[in-house]
Design a protein around this ligand. Structure first.
Ligand SMILES: Nc1ncnc2c1ncn2[C@@H]1O[C@H](COP(=O)(O)OP(=O)(O)OP(=O)(O)O)[C@@H](O)[C@H]1O
Ligand SMILES: [Mg+2]
Length: 482
């Protein structure tokens, strides 16, 4: 591991990294940054949560000439949430140098974006659909771009953005530098690379293992009907700091979100049919700790970095292996540990073993949590709350009543009743979710899926019948589209 101070970085960048609290570079950073700084094209592959964003943000910021007014760096991301997050990271790395960064993504007021683009950002982070929109309106010029970055390159290809990306890169000067990053790569990426990159260098950190060892991977064999109870029991027993629950479709996410809310969890949903305002709102609540559980489609699988996510639950096993790798990678980031639990119906067991084989990692089977265990965990939480309250709060006003109460009752009975009251209303309210079809292996290569970027998010299933939150704008392209 190298120190950033050994990587020949400029003072302003080093200072900014110091402000971010970063001293030593991660593997991918110490390997990719020196190569990228020579101006060479780079394909960077490293596990989830290992700091790929900073690995490309540093060269980007170093290359920007702040005296120039032109747009010099372009970063493309597959989703809006990731676009915002990456822009924020580059803003931090470029803060001391004074680099102007703008995020341009679908769902946001285009007029406002056009005005912001007139302020001459040095760096634009964009989702492909909205950038194309600006190119067609001639409200963005790419002829000064010296470095282009594709974050989650393989996903953008999967979502059907190939043509958009080709059009975008063709508008950038041919002598630009191109950097391409993801935790997973597939043959299509190399084809794109051959077409649009000059003699590129592939930098991959720990390619032998695609998943992060600090993530404990487990599975529960369940029927469709059992899934909800198993999930809420696990939430009670494991009490995650923050959890992400992945569902297969938008309808699933809507139904599951309302089910969890009904059972008393602080949960909200994220998928591509929500308005941008709703999406922003959910993400900022989740980042600020105003939500315990984020229920999401694969729209949240890629790149999102929220510290404190200790648990990922695959309520529905993902169809493809890359999706599994990225979903579970929302925990166990930056050296932290995490738990990833996957629910598997009996007919999907083969699919699970297929994932194990390809990722070369054992996923351990766990016994189903029982209602009793969950109840005991909840009672223990209630007990801890009582204890904490009795230590920290001023209870003077209640003492008189407490003494009166204990005149006729013994203390054990009274405290038991208090715990019972505190855990009241948390029994398993019966809720039936619409069943999802089991996932099957569709050949070894996911390229056979033939999905389009809409189907991926399950929009074909329409929106929820009793889910909240789908009343907002319906964005056809659920992810970066539009
Ligand atoms: N050198 C560093 N030292 C400490 N923490 C770092 C360093 N570089 C990055 N991080 C932190 O590590 C976390 C993960 O980084 P990042 O989101 O860039 O991962 P990633 O490799 O892009 O993952 P994914 O494949 O999921 O997109 C972030 O919170 C980031 O701030
Ligand atoms: Mg990333």
């Amino acid at each position: 591991m190298a120190l950033f101070s050994e990587l020949n970085l400029s003072e302003p960048v080093l200072k900014a990294l110091g402000n971010m609290g970063f001293e030593s570079a991660t593997d991918i950073q110490s390997q990719a940054i020196p190569v990228a700084m020579t101006g060479q094209d780079v394909i960077g592959q490293a596990q989830t949560g290992t700091g790929k964003t900073v690995a490309f943000s540093i060269p980007v910021v170093e290359f920007v000439d702040t005296k120039s007014e032109s747009l010099q760096a372009l970063i493309l991301t597959p989703t809006r949430e990731l676009c915002i997050q990456v822009a924020e990271e580059i803003i931090k790395v470029g803060s001391v140098k004074g680099v102007r960064v703008l995020a341009v993504y679908g769902g946001q007021d285009i007029g406002r974006q056009i005005r912001a683009l007139r302020n001459r950002p040095h760096v634009v982070v964009a989702t492909p659909g909205r950038l194309m929109d600006h190119m067609n309106r001639r409200t963005v010029r790419l002829d000064g771009v010296r470095v282009a970055v594709l974050d989650e390159a393989d996903e953008m290809l999967d979502m059907g953005f190939v043509e958009d990306i080709e059009t975008i890169l063709a508008e950038c000067p041919a002598e630009r530098q191109t950097l391409l990053f993801s935790a997973t790569m597939k043959p299509g990426v190399r084809e794109l690379a051959k077409k649009f990159m000059r003699d590129f260098v592939v930098v991959s950190a720990k390619a032998s293992e695609v998943t992060v060892p600090s993530i404990e991977q487990v599975y529960y064999e369940v029927s469709e009907a059992q899934k909800l109870n198993v999930l809420t029991r696990l939430l009670d027993i494991q009490s995650p700091e923050l959890a992400i629950v992945f569902g297969r479709t938008k309808r699933r996410v809507d139904e599951l979100t309302s089910a969890l809310q009904t059972r008393g969890y602080i949960a909200d949903g994220l998928h591509g049919d929500l308005s941008q305002k709703q999406r922003d709102n959910v993400m900022s609540k989740f980042r600020d700790g105003g939500l315990d559980v984020l229920v999401a489609t694969d729209v949240a699988a890629r790149g999102l970095d929220v510290s404190g996510v200790t648990h990922v639950y695959n309520f529905d096993i993902p169809q493809d292996i890359d999706s599994y790798v990225h979903r579970i990678g929302r925990t166990g980031r930056a050296g932290k540990s995490g738990i990833a639990a996957t629910f598997v119906t009996p007919r999907e067991i083969d699919h699970l073993h297929h994932i194990e084989r390809v990722t070369k990692r054992k996923i351990t089977r766990k016994p189903l949590p029982t209602y009793i265990e969950a109840r005991e965990s909840k009672q223990r939480v209630a007990m801890e709350q009582l204890l904490e309250s009795s230590q920290n709060e001023d209870l003077g006003a209640f003492r008189h009543l407490a003494e009166e109460l204990l005149e006729n009752q013994d203390s054990i009975t009274v405290v038991s009743a208090a715990i019972k009251l505190l855990t009241k209303g948390t029994q398993e309210v019966p809720i039936t979710l619409t069943a999802e079809r089991p996932v099957r292996i569709r050949g070894q290569h996911k390229s056979e899926r033939g999905r389009d970027h809409r189907g991926r998010d399950g929009s074909r299933h329409g929106s929820s019948r009793f889910g909240k939150g789908s009343g907002g704008g319906h964005y056809r392209g659920n992810r970066a589209r539009g």
